[in-house]
Design a protein around this ligand. Structure first.
Ligand SMILES: Nc1ncnc2c1ncn2[C@@H]1O[C@H](COP(=O)(O)OP(=O)(O)O)[C@@H](O)[C@H]1O
Ligand SMILES: [Mg+2]
Length: 404
């Protein structure tokens, strides 16, 4: 028996459900052939569950053949997720599937995701740290609760809508089973278990805090984003502070006993402020990613010399400007841009970082929120000139301004 399964897209759970159903039906007595040659849309909410199930069946010696995939499937590494152990700083982390097997790998990927956002998306106050925290929590739950050896993760940034989409999956025991095994909170079905899991201080492990999924749902709610958790036959959706979901008896399981699997998928609007302190009702503090760049006066100090390798290039400069703007929006005090150790910078760097910042936000904003320190007179001259020129000329998004 040979069955060909065409997969038209990896958006939402349809393809994963089809894969699980057909792999169990044809993968042991015959062969299941997956045709992804025409698969178009590839989103985390479809790709992560699909990759998780596919790896589970292939490692379990089910007969699954893969035809030549479409470019979008290939680019996203859906059929062969990249091992996080091979991740190198500076390479692309977004838009592809990762398999991670240790907490160190999870944390390295999280840092890479955070950096991709910090350098590319204009973010509302707090949102980067809130997202980073959620990633840590959800990725770590795989090690804490799933009994699976690895987790799968994918993050996508949609620049037009300024949204960020993430999904984390595993082929472990599932949330219902983890509650049943603990015996602390009996949940009568998979949906009850999901509703318990997102409540404050509800955990199946007494040593844990039960904050992870609660914090996630609060962050999503405050941000106006969306969240979906699927585990076993249960599904829970959350948007506009409304919870929905239920149990679907027709949902096939990878394996009833030990592999019901879990998928946590969420989207945030990066331009909308949301702080972890509000989400978790804790007092406001400096975002943790900025703590190590804080100086003794509590000011955030970005050292230009840290970008030494990049200060010649315009693309890198754009990333630095966005990082600077994100630091400004997350900090109450002015951000210090420290030029110590820099003898000279290129005018294109000065233009891209400072000229464009002043053009976009205005001189008053710049003077109030940024302090430039330790500038040599050469650097000072280059910067002044770049700012004046850029403000006089404008760019495609901003008209020229009067130079005061
Ligand atoms: N990937 C997963 N696999 C199985 N169970 C999970 C998974 N993620 C979360 N859970 C269940 O949901 C509960 C709540 O998770 P969370 O809010 O992160 O709190 P904590 O991790 O502190 O227990 C966990 O105690 C566990 O029972
Ligand atoms: Mg947790």
């Amino acid at each position: 028996m040979r069955k060909i399964l065409p997969v038209s897209d990896l958006a939402g759970s349809r393809a994963t459900v089809d894969l699980i159903y057909n792999a169990k039906r044809y993968g042991t007595r015959g062969t299941l052939v997956l045709d992804l040659s025409r698969t178009r849309a590839v989103f985390p909410n479809g790709a992560v569950g699909f990759a998780t199930a596919l790896q589970f069946f292939r490692r379990g010696l089910f007969n699954i053949e893969l035809g030549t995939p479409s470019k979008s499937v290939l680019d996203a590494h859906v059929l062969n997720p990249s091992p996080a152990s091979s991740y190198e700083a500076g390479t692309r982390a977004t838009n592809r599937l990762w398999e991670y097997t240790t907490p160190e790998q999870a944390s390295r990927l999280t840092t890479a995701f955070t950096r991709a956002i910090e350098d590319n998306v204009h973010c509302g106050r707090g949102v980067i740290d809130a997202l980073t925290w959620c990633l840590f929590e959800v990725m770590d739950n795989v090690f804490q609760h799933s009994n699976a050896a690895s987790g799968y993760v994918m993050m996508q940034i949609h620049p037009k809508s300024q949204q960020c989409a993430i999904a984390v999956g595993d082929s472990g025991i599932g949330i219902h089973k983890s509650f049943i095994e603990s015996g602390v909170h009996p949940a009568k079905d998979a949906y009850e278990a999901l509703k318990l899991a997102v409540q404050e201080r509800v955990t199946s492990k007494t040593k844990n805090m039960g904050n992870g999924l609660y914090g996630l749902i609060r962050v999503v709610g405050l941000n106006g984003g969306e969240l979906e958790i699927r585990s076993g036959r249960g599904a829970l959706q959350f948007a506009d502070w409304q919870l929905q979901g239920g149990v679907s008896l027709s949902t096939p399981l990878m394996d009833q006993e030990n592999h019901q699997g879990t998928l946590v998928d969420w989207q945030l609007h990066m331009g909308r402020a949301v702080t972890l302190n509000d989400a978790l009702d804790t007092p406001r503090a400096t975002p943790s990613r900025l703590e190590d760049v804080e100086d003794e006066y509590g000011q955030i100090r970005l050292r230009v010399s840290d970008f030494e390798d990049e200060i010649g290039s315009r693309t890198a400069a754009r990333n630095i400007r966005i990082r600077l703007e994100n630091a400004i929006s997350d900090s109450t005090a002015p951000v210090v841009l420290d030029f110590g150790g820099i003898a000279v910078i290129s005018s294109s760097f000065a233009d891209e970082v400072l000229g464009k910042l002043v053009l976009a936000r205005g001189m008053d904003f710049f003077a109030n929120r940024v302090r430039m320190r330790n500038m040599s007179s050469t650097v000072q001259g280059i910067v002044d000139r770049s700012i004046v020129q850029r403000v006089q000329e404008g760019d495609e998004d901003h008209p020229a301004r009067e130079v005061p």
